[in-house]
Design a binder for this molecule. Structure first.
Ligand SMILES: [Cu+2]
Length: 734
């Protein structure tokens, strides 16, 4: 059955893409598309996530016009347990399949990279230098006009912190509390496309599926493997062979098979294997296999929060472009949280036509701006889409409450939910209450104080929000207005993200559904999500900064994006935490116009303090909350966050503020007061102080040792070096 489905889907793919090539489709206002799901069954989420490429319709402006066909890489997939609806190859771009598991489940995803590299000839890789260096491709050509050249990548970037290697990928399971090692949430992998000769792929899909069947069986019995040698020898031998084949045939500076010895991939794997380390390079496919921990099992210190999570490509150097192409998807993890909601809203003899309708809404900012094949999509931010469509229409019935799971998977922009338009004499409209942040439900007190009716919230890239959304009694179209920014304090004109069409049918909802208002009806808050207390073992400071273009980057160059004055280097560990320790980090931002969204994998954190130097009160000298540029003691919030605290896994670091100092304070750096010197820059007799924005978070490093990353979730910043390698190691017995 599975093989039949696969063949059927491939046929659909080729037929429809031929159609799509003739007619680009970007029309706004079409019905919301429900992304097909891969659902777990009998405790296992088993499926294929495929990376392919195709000509797809892409809008380049907020109006949806012009609409062009672009060669894009994209995810699609299918369940290997249950036949799912054939993949909708409509020429639209849409997210990858929604994954839906339950806490305690095994996740077994066969990831196949079948990108046709000949469609992306200027995309370079570590081992595949193309015609110039791995970063410096300022003379790259447009495919539609080979004689015209343009500069695309900032010239002062250097490997590995440059945009490169975008046909190599991997998967990050954002929001999961699972092992970061081996076959888990491992973003240190480089999974190259399958080798291609005509229509033949190596490894073939059939071979991969057969081999991974064995891998997954072992994983179920013994957990994620610890050593490469635990995988079937047939698989590891074939990977060795394919990497060696790649090494001896890959193009280097336009010549096939000329790869220098130090750029070959198999020797890198070999070196790691010799040290009993997990190798990083694969060809064509990778078996992701891990358990989603259930706190109730008693085997973990922290459970997986049931909620709205997601997955995306996370290969350093191509994360921004891959996510811009649309390589993201929702990952719903179910548990007592949603079971409780469904139970509250279920249909009964007295609650006619109730039932909790769920909408999974994947916001994307689809673009090929960083793609060398994209001559037409430059200039201005790419528009936001929801499940691949511009301003789609979500259907609701009068008086209906739905559960919306919203994921901001755009590579750059924040999305602030502002309001729905109103209709009629009473000004009726759609309303919402937020019930979860970043896949972690609110405690009831936070539902009351943060999840207020139509309470505005700002989703930085990577953030999620779950909402209860209530339709009014009155039929009509209600447009959801959002504000896009890269700021913790968004300003600017609202745009329409989607429209809710409220329309009655013969199944009247009676009595009207409403928000939950009783504590007993709200999902019970799991014990493992209680506030972090107890001794703080370690405090750290992380400083995110964009070195200005007149500084280190050199005049007229693109700025460098650094953490603690350093770019990611791919191997040095920047932070080491002990297993089971509790830490408090102060994370600050010296950039004045961008609120870099801080993200760390594996363990979520609680925000306990936030300082925004750019609020009206912090800027007003007459206000008691004034942040005085000459008094660092005033650079702190004047309102405290009170517990219980909210859990996050991405938090935008508030933007910094720059104030000129009066000449009475100082006119050259050497004469400035000692306590502000580190924050001051002087030029031509005027000194300017930068007041950093910051937040404090607490986190526990529990259940999993291993190496993983923290980074800015504006993905072009991450690719260009705003990332750190961290590790959790076992503590010595005390
Ligand atoms: Cu950033």
């Amino acid at each position: 059955m599975r093989r039949f489905l696969l063949i059927a889907t491939v046929v659909v793919l080729s037929t429809v893409s031929a159609y799509a090539q003739q007619q680009p489709i970007c029309a706004p206002g079409r019905d919301l598309l429900t992304v097909p799901e891969i659902k777990s069954k009998n405790g296992k989420l088993q499926g294929v996530v495929m990376l392919s490429d195709e000509q797809r319709s892409l809008a380049s402006a907020a109006t949806g016009s012009p609409c062009n066909l672009q060669q894009l890489r994209f995810f699609w997939g299918y369940s290997t347990q249950d036949p799912m609806t054939p993949w909708p190859h409509t020429g639209d771009i849409l997210p990858g399949p929604t994954l839906r598991a339950h806490i305690g489940d095994m996740v077994e995803i066969a990831f196949l990279n079948q990108v046709n590299t000949s469609n992306f000839p200027n995309t370079l890789d570590q081992g595949e230098q193309g015609k110039t260096g791995p970063c410096d491709i300022s003379t790259a050509t447009r495919t539609n006009n080979p004689n015209q050249t343009r500069q695309i990548y900032p010239r002062n970037d250097s490997y590995p912190n440059c945009l490169h290697g975008s046909s190599t990928a991997n998967l990050h399971f954002h929001g999961t509390h699972v092992t970061p090692s081996t076959t888990g949430d491992n973003v240190l992998l480089f999974i190259r496309p399958a080798l291609r000769s005509g229509n033949t792929l190596e490894p073939s899909t059939d071979f991969v599926m057969q081999q991974f069947g064995e891998v997954f069986k072992q994983c179920e019995a013994y957990g994620s493997p610890q050593q490469w040698s635990q995988l079937p020898a047939t698989w590891t031998d074939s990977q060795k062979q394919l990497l060696q084949k790649y090494d001896s045939t890959a193009p280097y500076k336009g010549v096939n098979g000329a790869l220098p010895a130090d750029m070959k991939l198999w020797p890198r794997n070999e070196a790691r294997l010799a040290k009993n380390q997990w190798p990083q390079y694969s060809v064509g496919a990778y078996p992701y296999c891990f358990k989603v921990p259930d706190y109730a099992s008693g085997q973990v210190k922290m459970g997986q929060a049931p909620g709205t999570h997601w997955y995306h490509a996370h290969k350093h150097g191509s994360t921004a472009l891959n996510v811009g192409n649309g390589m993201t998807g929702a990952f719903i993890i179910e548990g007592p949280y949603d079971e409780s909601l469904r139970n509250f809203y279920k249909e009964t003899a007295t609650h006619h036509n109730w039932g909790l309708r769920e909408q999974v809404l994947v916001i994307q900012q689809l673009e090929t701006a960083l793609n060398l094949l994209s001559p037409t999509n430059r200039g201005g931010p790419a528009p936001l889409s929801v499940n691949g469509r511009l301003t789609p229409v979500v259907s609701m019935k009068p008086n209906q409450v739905q559960l919306w799971r919203i994921v901001n998977t755009s590579s750059r922009n924040f999305v602030e939910f502002d309001s729905f338009t109103k209709h009629g004499q009473g000004g009726q409209s759609v309303s919402w209450r937020q019930i979860a942040q970043d896949g972690v439900q609110f405690s009831y007190p936070n539902y009351q104080r943060i999840g207020t009716v139509n309470g505005k919230f700002n989703l930085a890239t990577g953030n999620r929000a779950d909402l209860l959304v209530k339709a009014p009694a009155q039929e009509g179209d209600y447009a959801l207005q959002v504000v896009q920014s890269v700021s913790d304090l968004p300003t600017g004109t609202a745009t329409i993200l989607l429209t809710v069409r409220v329309k009655a049918d013969d199944k009247k909802i009676d009595p009207p559904m409403d928000f939950i208002v009783q504590e007993n009806d709200f999902p019970k808050f799991p014990a493992f999500l209680a506030d972090i207390t107890g001794p703080i073992h370690m405090k750290r400071d992380l400083d995110f900064d964009t070195t200005p273009s007149s500084g280190r980057s050199g005049k007229g160059q693109m700025p460098l994006h650094e953490i603690n004055g350093k770019l990611f280097d791919g191997h040095d560990v920047d932070q080491t935490m002990f297993l089971d320790s509790t830490e408090e980090w102060t994370i600050s931002n010296r950039t004045i116009n961008i609120a870099h969204p801080f993200h760390i994998h594996v363990n979520p954190f609680q925000i306990i303090e936030v300082f925004q130097p750019n609020t009206a009160s912090a800027k007003d000298p007459a206000n008691p909350c004034y942040a005085d540029p000459t008094k660092p003691a005033t650079w702190k919030p004047c309102t405290k966050i009170t517990p219980p605290y909210v859990w996050w896994d991405v938090f935008a670091i508030p933007t910094a503020r720059q104030d000129a100092l009066p000449s009475t304070v100082c006119t050259e750096l050497d004469k400035c007061p000692a306590d502000i010197k580190d924050f001051t820059a002087c030029s031509s007799g005027t000194c300017t102080v930068t007041i950093p924005g910051y937040f404090k978070e607490r986190s526990r490093y529990v259940d999993f040792t291993g190496q993983y990353v923290l980074h800015c979730h504006i993905l072009a910043h991450e690719d260009r070096g705003m990332m750190e390698l961290v590790q959790v190691i076992p503590a010595l017995p005390s």
